[in-house]
Design a binder for this molecule. Structure first.
Ligand code: ADP
Ligand code: MG
Length: 447
């Protein structure tokens, strides 16, 4: 059974994670609901337990194994070597060490430069990351990336690692979070192996520490981080750091560390703008097209999402994932309606509160017509078309229902609004002027 479960796990956590963490596990026994595994080192055991424990339990249970707990014990002898060169942390250390004892966390295979969409808000960070990934002479040290949650810091760091390793697989590129750094440090203290810890971290070629704000206030960890940092800089080894804010704004950080962090290149990832969000969505849709062939997504849906979900990229991605999963489940085309239903909670959370009145005002200004004609009876095209556009935008940008929108447009029927939405959706594809107008209006309303 374990063999089959391993295969399933590989599919669900990805090859890289599998090779690094699951492959070294040795299934020992199942007793009283406890599944026992041999692991090469206690670090691997802890890591697997914390990061993949639930997954493993879930897969075991699903295969009918009666288990409610996992136990990991250090194996007397090492299990077979996993496939080579799958992970950066596997490059040889200066002194012979246990393979499973290398620092560093697994890299997400989805986080590459190819999958990173660039735009104004992140172009500088992207360019700096690219530069580091080229692996030439160290131009700035450290590269300090900062920005709010979900803006792509971790993605960029992984991308640097993948790129470096592709160019120079022998390089020792270590990526880990500041939390993991601390964990390793505390473990070394406990096991009285500071020598090992020091030589390990001082032997890397490129060190990347994610979310460094985590060590603020943790004095001994900061101290050790500072020494590691200096040792690597002295050896001209590249360091990449990320944090959720600028070095100067991290409280409880020692001044000497702060100034060290500032002496390289400090770049921030700005909040996403509409174009970037749309670009990211479009890229994801390309991926989903392969995963869900035959699923149709109506015009305007991505624009709607890019416009409305402005919090962070992770939420944006989550929304799209849910939308595709839902649409494929019910076998429907992804329309604006479906999106609004399926994502109601997310949309409510990031509601921008554009009002129908505002839309009517902007649209009539844009088309040089009287505001009263928006709600009036005139049916001439020069008036009816802008009115339809305003209805369409009301549907896109507000949470109002079709009947409600109809009421606000001079007591029109909801079928009229429905027809307007459909008509504009059709026209968008054919008439580039309308497309442009919509874009412009949307931007004005967003501002
Ligand atoms: P952070 O570390 O800054 O909190 P992450 O790097 O974890 O953010 O990014 C969150 C999610 O958003 C990831 O799935 C990542 O792939 C995605 N993402 C963020 N920025 C971009 C971008 N510019 N292009 C493509 N995906 C992105
Ligand atoms: Mg991150």
């Amino acid at each position: 059974t374990w063999g089959r479960i391993r295969d399933d796990l590989e599919k669900s956590i990805g090859k890289n994670n599998f090779v690094t963490w699951i492959a070294p596990l040795e299934f020992r026994a199942l007793e009283d609901g406890v599944a026992r595994f041999g692991v090469p080192t206690s670090f691997v055991g802890d890591w697997v337990n914390r990061n993949f424990g639930d997954k493993i339990l879930e897969h075991l249970t699903r295969s009918g194994v009666d288990v409610d707990r996992l136990e990991f014990a250090v194996a007397a002898q090492k299990p077979a070597e996993p496939a080579p060169a799958a992970q950066p942390r596997r490059a040889a250390a200066a002194e012979p060490r246990d393979e499973g004892d290398m620092p560093g966390a697994p890299l997400d295979s989805r986080f590459t430069f190819d999958s990173f969409v660039t735009g104004k808000p992140n172009e500088l960070a992207h360019a700096a990351a690219r530069r580091v990934a080229e692996g030439g002479p160290v131009a700035f040290n450290p590269l300090f990336l900062y920005g709010g949650v979900g803006l792509g810091k971790t993605h960029l760091m992984h991308a640097i690692a993948w790129d470096l390793l592709q160019r120079a697989p022998e390089k020792k590129v270590v990526y880990l979070s500041a939390e993991q750094f601390m964990y390793r440090f505390v473990q070394a203290l406990r096991e009285r192996d500071m020598m090992g810890f020091k030589s390990l971290f001082r032997s890397v070629d490129v060190l990347m520490v994610d979310d460094v704000q985590f060590i603020a206030g943790k004095d001994s960890t900061q101290e050790e981080f500072f020494h590691t940092f200096n040792a690597l800089v002295d050896q001209n080894k590249q360091i990449v750091i990320s944090a959720d804010r600028a070095p100067g704004e991290i409280k409880d950080l020692e001044d000497r560390i702060r100034s060290r962090l500032q002496c390289g290149l400090v770049v921030d990832l700005h909040p996403t703008d509409y174009e970037l969000r749309l670009g990211i969505l479009q890229q994801k849709v390309e991926l989903y097209r392969m995963q869900y062939p035959g699923l149709v997504i109506a015009g305007g849906v991505l624009e709607f999402l890019a416009h409305r979900i402005t919090t962070n990229v992770r939420v944006l991605e989550g929304a799209l994932t849910r939308l595709f999963a839902f649409a494929s489940l019910v076998g429907k085309e992804i329309t604006l309606d479906l999106a609004q239903d399926c994502l109601a909670d997310i949309l409510r959370a990031s509601d921008r509160k554009v009002t129908i009145e505002e839309i009517q005002r902007k649209v009539s200004e844009h088309y040089n017509m009287r505001l009263s004609d928006m709600v009036g009876p005139k049916r001439h095209r020069t008036i009816a078309r802008p009115r339809q556009i305003a209805m369409y935008l009301s549907k896109q940008l507000t949470q109002r229902s079709l009947p409600e929108i109809g009421r606000r447009f001079g007591g029109r029927d909801h079928t009229t609004v429905m027809h307007a939405v459909k008509r504009i959706e059709e026209l968008r594809g054919k008439d580039s002027q309308i497309e442009e107008d919509l874009e412009l209006l949307r931007r004005m309303l967003e501002a």
